[in-house]
Design a protein around this ligand. Structure first.
Ligand SMILES: Nc1nc2c(ncn2[C@@H]2O[C@H](COP(=O)(O)OP(=O)(O)O)[C@@H](O)[C@H]2O)c(=O)[nH]1
Ligand SMILES: Nc1ncnc2c1ncn2[C@@H]1O[C@H](COP(=O)(O)OP(=O)(O)O)[C@@H](O)[C@H]1O
Length: 232
């Protein structure tokens, strides 16, 4: 893939709270990829009170996945806007049906999987806060907002996600085990899966960054910055 003129089609996967969004933000800072998050698309629909948003909020609050046909139609439709760009999908696909539907339209070149102990995830999610309109995420321990309870950019309130409640998290982890883990096997068989294990973003990121430098053609790499960053 390295030398080809193909557009880059990357995916980042991992259990809820494993750091997909946090690492995706670092990736797009260093590499020319558009980040596309299924959770953000759903939350945007929820904020705008669309039909999809109303439906999504019911499934999400129960820790369930949004049905495949709806989700796939939504994401493939939204992705059309990015046809001319390299992209990085965050949170999609989450089931085998979604992965197969994506495959029918795009060739995925690389899937980065985050592997992290459940206890770390549980601790992180009790302290996760988000700005719903932008999807910007905070963590009271790891990257707190500059001012208490408000988004750094807009000054609007940040909230805790209803699906981060401990009982909903347990359900989401089961869904991840049963429905999303098979997607990892699917990509493994295709030879595009790369797994990164660790407990901290700052530990995983240098490995991921170094790996991506070998996968992303030079022309799609942004000016090199030091590996270590203070936040985000
Ligand atoms: N303590 C801690 N929190 C982190 C770290 N990396 C990310 N987080 C926070 O953990 C939560 C989950 O991360 P996020 O990127 O939203 O995970 P996602 O659900 O996989 O997209 C967020 O509140 C992040 O700010 C880390 O290395 N340490
Ligand atoms: N690809 C998807 N298929 C079905 N439901 C999805 C998908 N992506 C997101 N969702 C719904 O949105 C919720 C939040 O997803 P996301 O923002 O990616 O959070 P996290 O990675 O923390 O679980 C999921 O628990 C699920 O209900």
């Amino acid at each position: 893939m390295g030398a080809s003129r193909q557009l880059l089609r990357f995916v980042i996967m991992g259990a809820p709270g494993s750091g997909k969004s946090t690492l995706a933000l670092r990736i797009i800072k260093h590499f020319q990829l558009k980040k596309f998050s299924s959770g953000d698309v759903l939350r945007d629909n929820m904020l705008r009170d669309t039909e999809i948003g109303v439906l999504a909020s019911i499934f999400m609050a129960q820790g369930k996945l949004i049905p495949d046909d709806l989700m796939t139609r939504l994401i493939l439709q939204e992705l059309k806007i990015f046809t001319q760009y390299n992209w990085l999908l965050c949170g999609f696909p989450r089931t085998l049906t979604q992965a197969e539907a994506l495959d029918r339209v795009y060739q995925v070149h690389l899937v980065m999987n985050l592997n992290m102990p459940f206890e770390v995830i549980r601790q992180r999610l009790t302290a996760r806060w988000i700005h719903p309109a932008s999807g910007r995420g905070y963590n009271l321990e790891f990257n707190p907002p500059k001012a208490v309870d408000v988004d750094d950019v807009t000054g609007e309130p940040v909230i805790q996600r209803v699906d981060d409640k401990p009982e909903t998290l347990i359900k989401r982890m089961k869904v991840y085990e049963n429905q999303t883990k098979p997607v990892l096997e699917y990509y493994e068989k295709k030879g595009v899966l790369e797994t990164f294990s660790g407990k901290e973003t700052n530990q995983i990121w240098p490995c991921m960054h170094a790996f991506l430098q070998t996968k992303v053609p030079q022309r799609h790499q942004k000016t090199q910055l030091p590996h270590k960053e203070k936040s985000l």
